[in-house]
Design a protein around this ligand. Structure first.
Ligand code: NAP
Length: 525
């Protein structure tokens, strides 16, 4: 017998660990709880509904034959930081510390293509009850839930502590009609990595788990709905993801085949990551996907300096959607107008719009373009279109200027977390929805193009900018895929094409003008 199996049989791989598992009454949560109990952990099951969580606990204790003293419940809504702080205080009063935090909780978000995503209660009502979460609710129930838990629980954790954040492999793939789910998960991926660095200094490791499609009724229902929404044959979504898998496997005696990984595979990985066997891992990605070939996040850097000689924007109209960053917005407008394009500078903030007066380059005009008011955004686009013809390209800056959101993610104030989600995550999706709706009806003679451009270096590590960068990368992936599928099924005439330019990692003084040149090439060439 090896040393490892002796330890295992004597006391379990998690013996003596106090483990807090969120979403414990859910599908994967139930599997993780059972394995943690079986491996010797003292488990605190977290959920929003005490009756549901208690039932989950009793069933897990009965299935594993463990003593009732090994498990308890705590009631927390992860989207509400006050509720999380109160829950963590209860756990600390009970056990004095937390050794392992499994951030498994996460909702599914609304299942609608980008141009139909609900941003408000009124939008949800219009959808007739098929979805229960807005984009903002989903960002909170998917990304903030884990961020809040880490912020509140980390002070109760010490050296050797382990945090496991459950993301999804679909935060790095196209995933039709699920931007509201995959964009916050993509943001969570970077929150995890940033937190691994911040908490690593205290000996706490943070790792990231990417389940693939896990065998369950839920995934079959999700994929069946996706086939219908795409307009494709039944089974095509599952088939596409099977094609990405390397591994064939026989499950429950069935012949070897491409299959979905099992809840037990997730639970096993969580055991490894919660145990001291993974003491050397921090900030790592663990994919539980049967070897799906999915690219890591991609960040390109400038490899060439754009020349402006052959860019002709004559007769074209473009939008520069800015937040509060006046100088950057003017610089982009100047280059685009200099290429001959007619420019609409849309500011999220009234103050920036006021300050822009008198500074606009020839060929540009400005309007209010507030990201939380789609009626006003529509009105700005319609008025400009009536005067100058359809807009064929859009450059989108973050809602807030560099430095507004900055510093350690673990030290984020409650207000900053809320504002970041509202302004940047929801704000980006709101602009994308507005543009996608606009382009669905626009009379264009070429495919529309968009480019998201990050702020410049914030001088403080760019942690928030990096989270937003990953979220936008996924938003662009889903948007392009949805648009292409809609064109293939004749639901829209032109496919939208877009990309992202990252400025904060380039410290050269010419960074802004390089970015403006690249943006002009992407939008006008
Ligand atoms: P599930 O059965 O729907 O469970 C999700 C759990 O999340 C629920 O128990 C729910 O808790 C909890 N939750 C949602 N919003 C919350 C909030 N604001 N505060 C606290 N808890 C909240 O889903 P699952 O399939 O087990 O998924 C678990 C995790 O794996 C999720 O993060 C999901 O995104 C991820 N994942 C799953 C798959 C898959 O194929 N199943 C694939 C990729 C990733 P309540 O009990 O309080 O309602």
């Amino acid at each position: 017998m090896t040393e490892l199996t002796q330890t295992r049989s004597a006391e379990g791989r998690l013996a003596g660990k106090i483990a807090l598992i969120t979403g414990a009454a859910g599908n994967l949560g139930g599997a993780i709880v059972r394995r943690y109990l079986a491996e010797g952990a003292v488990v605190v099951l977290s959920g929003r509904d005490p009756a549901r969580t208690t039932a989950a606990m009793e069933s897990a204790l009965a299935d594993t034959g463990m003593d009732a003293s090994r498990a308890s419940i705590v009631t927390m809504d992860g989207a509400n930081i006050e509720s999380v702080r109160a829950g963590i205080a209860e756990v600390v009063a009970r056990h004095a510390r937390i050794d392992v935090l499994v951030n498994n909780a996460g909702s599914a978000g609304p299942k609608q293509p980008l141009d139909n995503l609900p941003l408000s209660a009124a939008d949800l009502a219009e959808l007739g009850g098929v979805d229960s979460e807005t984009v903002g609710d989903a960002a909170r129930n998917i990304m903030v839930v884990a961020w809040n838990m880490v912020r509140a629980a980390a002070p109760a954790m010490g050296e050797g502590g382990s945090i496991i954040n459950v993301s999804t492999i679909f935060s790095r793939t196209e995933y039709y009609a699920r931007a509201a789910y995959t964009v916050p998960k993509a943001a969570l991926n970077v929150v995890s990595r940033e937190m691994a660095r911040e908490l690593g200094a205290r000996g706490i490791r943070v790792n990231q788990l990417y389940p693939g499609p896990i065998a369950s009724e839920r995934i079959r229902t999700v994929f069946a709905a996706m086939d219908r929404l795409r307009g494709d044959e039944a089974g095509s979504t599952a088939g596409h993801f099977f094609d990405l898998m390397a591994l064939e496997r026989s499950v429950d005696g069935a012949p070897r085949a491409k299959t979905f990984p099992l809840p037990a595979d997730i639970a096993g990985t969580c055991v490894f990551l919660g145990s001291d066997e993974s003491a050397a891992f921090a900030g790592h990605d663990f994919e539980v996907t049967h070897g799906m070939a999915v690219a890591p996040e991609s960040r390109s850097t400038y490899i060439s300096r754009p020349t402006m000689r052959s860019i002709d924007g004559d007769g074209r109209a473009v939008l520069v959607a800015a937040g509060s960053q006046l100088d950057d917005a003017l610089a982009f407008a100047k280059v685009l107008a200099g290429c001959g394009a007619r420019v609409l500078l849309g500011f999220h903030a009234q103050a920036a719009l006021d300050d822009a007066a008198g500074q606009l380059p020839a060929g540009a005009e400005a309007a209010l373009f507030p990201r939380h008011d789609h009626v006003q955004m529509d009105a700005a686009l319609d008025a400009f279109t009536a005067a100058h013809g359809p807009i064929s390209g859009a450059l989108v800056l973050p809602t807030r200027a560099a430095g507004y959101f900055s510093g350690a993610l673990g030290a984020a104030s409650d207000a900053m977390v809320e504002r970041f989600v509202d302004d940047e995550l929801e704000g980006s999706i709101a602009v994308a929805r507005t543009l996608s709706r606009y382009w669905r009806g626009a009379a264009l003679d070429a495919d529309p193009r968009f480019v998201f451009v990050t702020n410049g270096d914030d001088g403080a590590g760019n942690s928030y900018a990096n989270v937003l960068r990953a979220a936008i990368e996924e938003l662009i992936r889903v948007w392009r895929d949805e648009s292409g599928v809609s064109v293939a099924h004749a639901r829209r005439a032109r496919a939208e094409w877009g990309n992202q330019i990252i400025r904060y990692s380039n410290a050269e003084t010419e960074c802004l003008s390089f970015a403006a040149g690249q943006a002009a090439r992407l939008l006008l060439k």
